[in-house]
Design a protein around this ligand. Structure first.
Ligand code: SF4
Length: 448
């Protein structure tokens, strides 16, 4: 086991962490899938409103790569399909049936599964709908099944401001996790790596065999898999590695053993706006309104994922495929009279602008208020101060804005862990993450 210590980063002290013990959530009546969450995928719908679908049946596929399909997380009726600008499909909702129809696949005993060839495993993952759980570094896109990665990383760590505890999520799934590790080992020519936080190693990982284990410590983004990959196998030209979440690794073991798309999921609801900030044993694509019905959509913002990196969703929208928590953040739409004159004992600021700087680790109330308007960019060095990667974020952003891809490549576009810290600390209120994300898509278009 190797230990890595990240020196730079920033732990945003925020109230509202999810607490154990885990509870069983009621069966949801509706689940929702968001096709827009898959980077560089152009969805072609394979279902219509009113159609009955089985759990595990494809809902849409990528227009360019027909083999990449996202499947229904529940059996029932497609009750609504929401479209956005230019008729781009935004959300697909399924009303869950009492007796859910399910797509059945071949089943294998663990010993039989370990004899499968690479081509058979790829076919199982594509057919079952688990392939999109894998993503590729650089640029976090669904990988090409034809390619062979240099390594595969399993992420079982989270130290963002509202962290998710993987020990809770993986408890009781040790055998499926081990089978997942063994099957993933056949997809790569290198090693399978399992990444956790020092002092918080889930039992499934400490017991796992046939994988290289790494522990990380230090401030956020030490728990982010993209940052961890940067430390273990830094990006270089031509290098491709794949990664996935630890729950998805256990799902790979489960789908081969049980022959059904795994719909169960441990999900956390966190944030100061949450009424039930806790862990739930529930299912994929469940909505925040189902898990925490008392959290008011009028006074809170619902985010699928972490508060720094997640995506704003409506309260009835399903949890993203790559997310394991909802962050419920109070809306900051209350103007404060002469707020700039007050000492700010309860206001968080990376700069020592408020009195709260005297208690830097005290968890603070944090809402969605920007604390000012967008203004001209000032090169203060604060991006570089918090960035845990070996890159210069300020220069990187400028090169992306002028679409100089050669320059952005050399400045580390492929290394950016998209951790959200630049956006959070930016004194000019610039949406750094959005700029980088658009730059990556433009870069991928250029490459295609
Ligand atoms: S440059 Fe990327 S990795 Fe570095 S702090 Fe900004 S968003 Fe995070």
């Amino acid at each position: 086991m190797s230990d890595y210590r990240m020196k730079r980063g920033y732990d945003v002290p925020m109230l509202g962490r999810a607490e154990g013990p885990i509870v069983d959530a009621a069966r949801p009546k509706r689940v929702g899938v968001r096709p827009t969450e898959f980077r560089f995928v152009k969805p072609k719908l394979m279902v219509k409103e009113g159609e009955t679908v089985s759990a595990g049946q494809p809902l849409f596929r990528d227009r360019k790569r027909a083999e990449i399909r996202v499947v229904a997380p529940a059996g029932g009726v497609v009750s609504e399909i929401r479209f956005g600008r230019r008729k781009v499909c935004q959300e697909i909702f399924i009303d869950v049936a009492e007796q859910e129809p399910v797509v059945e696949h071949s089943t294998y005993s663990p010993d039989e599964a370990r004899q499968l060839t690479r081509a058979q495993i790829v076919e199982i993952l594509l057919d079952s709908g688990l392939w999109p759980s894998l993503r590729r570094r650089p640029f976090s896109v669904i990988p090409d099944p034809e390619r062979v990665p240099e390594a595969i990383f399993i992420g079982a760590a989270d130290n963002d401001p509202l962290p998710f505890d993987y020990s809770i999520a993986l408890a009781g799934r040790e055998e499926d996790f081990q089978l997942g590790v063994d099957l993933l080992g056949k997809l790569t020519e290198g090693k399978v790596h399992a990444c956790t936080l020092k002092g918080s190693v889930p039992g499934a990982i400490s017991q796992a065999r046939n994988c290289e284990k790494h522990t990380f410590s230090g401030p956020y983004p030490a728990g982010k898999i993209e940052a961890q990959i940067h430390y273990v196998l830094p990006h270089k030209k031509g290098r491709e590695v794949w990664y996935l979440d630890a729950q998805d690794c256990a799902d790979i073991g489960e789908v081969v053993r049980a022959g059904r798309y795994p719909v169960a999921r441990v999900v956390a609801v966190a944030g100061e706006g949450a009424v039930r900030a806790q862990y739930f044993r529930t299912r994929r694509a469940v909505s925040a309104a189902h898990l925490d019905p008392d959290a008011s959509p009028a006074s809170n913002r619902f985010v699928s994922g972490g508060p720094l990196t997640g995506v704003r969703v409506s309260s009835d929208c399903g949890l993203g495929l790559y997310d394991c928590k909802f962050s419920v953040i109070p809306e900051g739409d209350h103007p404060e009279f002469v707020g700039w004159m007050l000492p700010g004992f309860h206001k968080l600021s990376r700069y020592r602008a408020y009195a709260s700087a005297m208690m830097p680790t005290k968890a603070q109330h944090l809402d969605t208020n920007l604390g000012g308007g967008v203004r001209a960019h000032v090169a203060t060095g604060i991006y570089e101060d918090v960035c845990g990667m070996d890159i210069l974020p300020g220069y990187l952003m400028k090169s992306v804005l002028v679409e100089d891809f050669e320059e952005s490549d050399s400045l580390g576009l492929a290394d950016c862990a998209e951790c959200g810290l630049c956006t959070h600390v930016c004194p000019s209120k610039i949406e750094f993450g959005e700029i980088i994300s658009k730059g990556i898509v433009a870069h991928l278009r250029e490459e295609a």
